[in-house]
Design a protein around this ligand. Structure first.
Ligand SMILES: [Zn+2]
Length: 157
């Protein structure tokens, strides 16, 4: 993809074991997940990657254009382009993808594990009709997804 122009760290061997998620953005993610139920909500994570952590600054809520949005998600290409431009203009990058698992657990499905990209965070939130659970984060490196510790932050975007 052509969206990695601002991330010189992208090609490094960084294995961030934490994902920092601002409380305000976590709340937006949860609200989007509940609103989309029983479809899978989805979107992108914008921020920066350090050796230690994926620092999410902003979440993008996307339309789910999958053919079966109850069972899968697809982020529209236009959302990728818009988010990439916005991130670059703000000295940031698209650092991951998030989606919801309606009535499921916040663990990657086999399809998620296949679809995830190397050196991107994958955040999953379990959601029911009424409530979203705590987001869980995974980092894919060399084809393997490893869970990251999600830390709430209060930093402003
Ligand atoms: Zn999934």
């Amino acid at each position: 993809m052509v969206l990695l122009t601002t991330t010189s760290s992208r090609s490094s061997a960084a294995t961030p074991c934490e994902l920092w998620l601002p409380e305000r953005e976590r709340a937006r993610l949860a609200a989007a997940a509940v609103a989309a139920y029983p479809r899978e909500a989805c979107g992108l994570l914008i921020g920066r990657i350090t050796v230690r952590a994926v620092e999410v600054v902003h979440i993008v809520v996307a339309a789910n254009v999958a053919e079966e949005p109850q069972r899968a998600f697809v982020v529209p290409a236009v959302t990728w382009f818009t988010a990439t431009d916005w991130a670059a203009a703000n000295g940031l990058a698209v650092v991951g993808v998030w989606h919801a698992h309606p009535d499921g657990a916040a663990v990657p499905s086999a399809a998620d594990a296949l679809a995830a990209w190397n050196d991107y965070a994958c955040v999953i939130v379990a959601v029911t009709r009424k409530k979203a659970g705590a987001p869980r984060a995974y980092w894919r490196q060399h084809g393997v997804l490893r869970e990251q510790t999600v830390r709430a932050t209060t930093r402003r975007a």
